[in-house]
Ligand binder design. Structure first.
Ligand SMILES: *[C@@H]1O[C@H](CO)[C@@H](O)[C@H](O)[C@H]1NC(C)=O
Ligand SMILES: *[C@@H]1O[C@H](CO)[C@@H](O)[C@H](O)[C@H]1NC(C)=O
Ligand SMILES: *[C@@H]1O[C@H](CO)[C@@H](O)[C@H](O)[C@H]1NC(C)=O
Length: 533
């Protein structure tokens, strides 16, 4: 399974049919693994980058959405200006899907923000996830709204530094506002000026839901921000710190120790090459590329879901493998402990084996050839999200800067290494240059950890690697949960675990039924206050 270890608040493994947590924010800006990221996203988004998927022989037969949902919910299109400040530039078609199964005249509208992936990935939430649950309970109308530059909602045919310049938070937020001001269904005016709209988003889209409530209070009556990354950060090494603190400590200690041993061995002259060979990565030129491949299995934490048909067991299997013990080995005079040998076996079998015949290890895992990132300008989610990462959101994921803090990744994975992708992918254009560092303050000035409003709910999970970027972060001040400002933490929950549901709701585990019930309850209260429902 080639993992995308950058840029994504999201991500599903190829092994999964439909990972509900597929947003790109998976592993922030893990420059290293971008090449593999690219492969993974091409599998997630076969329409976008089919070429790569074929080239890399990745089986994308298991798309993340069900084709029958596409039939059941035909797409509609809304004309949006490419630039809301200059309508002379032209328009593009923003795609959306509507479900009116539960709608009763006078009912509210629920819109789910598609975020940084094709909106098709969100159709399960329309059919039997959070949208269906809320609409069924309130006689509401549900909408999935695709984000500009993702899926089919792209204003341009090629993704260059210049052509991506209309991919900004402000433009994308204004898209949603304009859509809400003008929406009608079958000729009936359901615009947000006279119907209460509730805006839902998970992950990056969760932050957008919160921002919409702040910036467009007259349109967004209420919002649910799930795993909402309201804190943008250049350095998001906290991602791995959450993983380190919230997972099986036996496993965590083995990984920390294996990685520290690997760093020590790499310091010994002439040891780098035989050590890489143990992992099947002989031929990989740069040591930081080598240790960055080892980060791949950590991405599987986020692929876990309470719905086992949508979940990956890779993280658990990796933990068992690394902790399995054994005799260790010897390279020359250097003793290699069992956990390093076990780690090496895993990487050889599960990661290196995915590098297709005809491609070298450097082709698959090297990150120093700019052309890999720069040359393919076909539209793809990874390029769009990387653009957002490099301009605005950051989320690079180096090892912790404090050398005393235990680390799940090699100290060779620096901020410089994880962020070099920006220059590699986006050479300066005529109209746009990517800034030296992402302008995270553009996000954070909207409230950061302290962002709050009436009728704005935050839902998080204690085991979500993105927890530290949400208002539930240990960096944030504590808050109380209330009906007007719901603030709920799902114990053991990972990434926006309230977003997906089951067709037979009663089969959901108790703690998920509970959060769904709570969401229905506070939304009902909000709507009552509005004089509706
Ligand atoms: C809608 O909610 C009702 C009452 O909880 C339930 O019986 C029904 O199965 C739900 N319908 C769908 C399609 O989920
Ligand atoms: C339009 O221009 C103003 C002034 O430069 C800016 O503040 C605003 O963010 C722009 N709007 C969009 C949607 O880009
Ligand atoms: C933690 O991982 C170890 C090694 O795989 C395993 O033996 C142990 O049962 C795990 N503990 C829990 C609580 O799952």
């Amino acid at each position: 399974m080639l993992t995308k270890l950058i840029g994504g608040l999201c991500c599903a493994s190829l092994a999964l049919a439909a990972n509900p947590s597929r947003d790109l924010l998976h592993l922030g800006g893990q420059g290293i693994n971008l090449w593999r990221l690219q492969n993974r996203i091409s599998a997630a988004d076969p329409r976008g980058t089919a070429k790569l998927a074929v080239q890399l022989q990745i089986d994308d037969s298991q798309a993340s959405w069900s084709p029958s949902l596409e039939k059941q919910y035909p797409a509609s299109y809304f004309d949006q200006p490419i630039d809301h400040n200059d309508t002379s530039i032209g328009t593009f078609k923003q795609r959306y899907w509507v479900d009116d199964r539960f709608y009763k005249p006078g009912g509210p509208v629920f819109v789910l923000d598609g975020g940084e992936t094709t909106g098709l990935d969100r159709l399960p939430f329309l059919d039997h996830g959070i949208l269906a649950i809320l609409s069924n309970a309130t006689g509401g109308l549900s909408i999935v709204l695709e984000h500009r530059y993702y899926g089919e909602s792209s204003p341009v045919d090629e993704f260059t530094t210049d052509s991506l310049r209309w991919l900004t938070n402000e433009q994308a937020l204004e898209d949603s506002a304009r859509f809400m001001r003008n929406f009608n269904h079958g000729g009936i005016d359901l615009s947000a000026t006279n119907t209460p709209w509730i805006y839902y988003g998970g992950s990056y889209a969760g932050a957008r839901a919160a921002h919409m409530r702040v910036l467009y209070p007259d349109l967004v009556y209420g919002a649910i921000a799930s795993s909402a990354v309201t804190h943008a950060a250049v350095d998001y090494s906290d991602y791995f710190e959450v993983i380190r603190q919230t997972n099986n400590q036996t496993c965590v200690e083995h990984i920390v120790s294996a990685v520290a041993t690997i760093d020590r061995i790499l310091d010994i002259p002439l040891m780098s090459s035989p050590l890489k060979a143990l992992f099947g990565l002989q031929g990989l030129k740069h040591d930081d590329d080598f240790v960055s491949v080892l980060v791949e299995p950590l991405g599987a934490v986020q692929e876990q879901n309470w719905d086992i048909t949508q979940s990956s067991d890779k993280w658990i299997r990796f933990c068992e493998a690394v902790s399995a013990g054994g005799a260790g080995t010897q390279i020359g005079l250097v003793k290699i402990p069992a956990e390093v040998v076990n780690y090496a076996n895993w990487i050889r079998k599960e990661v290196v084996s995915q590098c297709p015949e005809g491609m070298t290890i450097e082709d698959c895992f090297g990150t120093y050839d700019d052309s890999k990132f720069r040359d393919d300008i076909s539209p793809s989610s990874w390029k769009a999200w990387t653009f957002q990462v490099c301009n605005t959101w950051g989320y690079f994921m180096p090892a912790p800067s404090d050398p005393e803090q235990p680390s799940l990744l090699s100290r060779r994975i620096t901020l410089e290494y994880t962020s070099k992708i920006c220059d590699q992918t986006f050479p300066p254009g005529k109209h746009h240059r990517v800034p030296p560092l992402p302008r995270v303050e553009d996000v954070n000035r909207l409230g950061d950890y302290a962002l709050e409003r009436d009728r704005l709910a935050f839902i998080d999970g204690t085991s979500d690697p993105w927890l530290a970027a949400t208002p539930h972060s240990w960096h944030a001040s504590p808050r109380k949960d209330s009906t007007l400002k719901p603030f709920k933490l799902i114990r053991g929950g990972v990434h926006h675990w309230d977003e997906n549901g089951l067709e037979e709701g009663w089969k959901e585990p108790g703690f998920i039924r509970k959060i769904h019930r709570e969401e229905v309850a506070f939304v009902r209260e909000w709507l009552q206050e509005s004089g509706r429902v």
